[in-house]
Design a binder for this molecule. Structure first.
Ligand SMILES: NC(=O)c1ccc[n+]([C@@H]2O[C@H](COP(=O)([O-])OP(=O)(O)OC[C@H]3O[C@@H](n4cnc5c(N)ncnc54)[C@H](O)[C@@H]3O)[C@@H](O)[C@H]2O)c1
Length: 271
């Protein structure tokens, strides 16, 4: 019987591939038999990630590149196509925030550092579209391919503090829907564009914001937990199933979707 979830031999390119969420998902996909291409800026971390994936049996490789460097992305694209002859999936995992693009409780929006706001927009939105423009060319030729973007809980509601990041992730949502239509209309139904919107996961960037050194929750951590019906933060493995589903033929009729993986945060008013 056909296994719609079979991803063995699929070539999956992952940006932000040594980060907390996309990095763990990349290793999961390698264990499931995918040939994972680890993209990132630090060669040492990429080498470690590839050797771990190879131990799991993946024909993995890495390319050093910044998601905002078109020439480096194009070089990576050439290397990947020379090695595998195709790309099946692109996961846009690179993203992040900067202090100057946020509004802490003792400041107002007028204290925003505009250059950092621009940098956050550029990383999260520009760093999603640019890899799509480069690696998506293979999809155009193949008439087949899957794009998985990373949205956030800050994209559809005003999440206090994180203005620039929320603005950028709202852009990622729109881009996901827009490209889903564009690819379908221009190149047929073999190319799909979806996103997942993780709820609150502890990462290096938000650890100090959500937890105290003794592991207890900060006031903000408690606020998040109160608005999460599951009453806990996510752990990386919580996104594996959704990524697997989106990368596989099991989601063949799904495009333009932004799937929350959030313990119920987005469907709950908090009261
Ligand atoms: N952790 C969460 O709670 C959470 C929640 C919602 C959305 N997200 C989003 O999920 C995605 C993955 O998040 P994560 O928690 O793994 O974050 P992370 O910070 O652990 O990983 C992000 C990775 O992107 C890389 N990166 C940053 N700038 C880059 C650039 N210019 N070029 C190439 N790589 C670059 C970083 O080095 C890092 O490895 C991000 O888009 C993030 O915004 C995370």
């Amino acid at each position: 019987m056909e296994n719609l979830f079979d991803i063995k031999g699929k070539v999956i390119v992952v940006t932000g591939s040594t980060g907390v969420l996309a990095g763990a998902a990349a290793q999961y996909l390698a264990k499931e038999g995918a040939n994972v291409v680890f993209l990132g800026r630090r060669e040492e971390k990429l080498r470690e990630a590839v050797s771990l994936a190879k131990e799991a049996g993946s024909d993995a490789m890495y390319c050093v590149c910044d998601v905002l460097d078109k020439a480096a992305l194009e070089k990576a694209n050439e290397e990947i196509l020379a090695h595998y002859g195709k790309i099946d999936v692109l996961i846009n995992g690179a993203g992040g925030n900067m202090p100057g693009a946020t509004v802490p409780p003792d400041k107002t929006v007028f204290d925003i550092d505009f250059s950092q706001w621009q940098a956050v927009m550029n990383l999260n939105l520009g760093g999603t579209i640019l890899p799509i423009l480069v690696f998506g060319k293979a999809f155009e030729h193949q008439k087949k391919g899957v794009i998985i973007n990373f949205s956030s809980m800050s994209s559809t509601q005003a999440l206090t503090r994180v203005m620039g990041y929320g603005n950028a992730k709202a852009g990622v949502d729109n881009l996901t829907r827009w490209l889903a239509v564009e690819f379908a209309k221009k190149f047929g139904c073999g190319i799909r564009v979806n996103a997942l919107a993780p709820g609150f996961f502890i990462s290096e960037q938000n650890r100090a914001l959500l937890t105290n050194p003794d592991g207890s929750y900060t006031a903000r951590g408690n606020d998040v937990i109160k608005k999460t019906p599951f009453g806990k933060f996510g752990v990386a493995r919580d996104i594996f199933g959704t990524i697997h589903f989106l990368a596989s033929d099991a989601s063949e009729f799904l495009t333009g979707a932004i799937i929350p993986v959030d313990g119920g945060f987005s469907c709950y008013t908090g009261v």
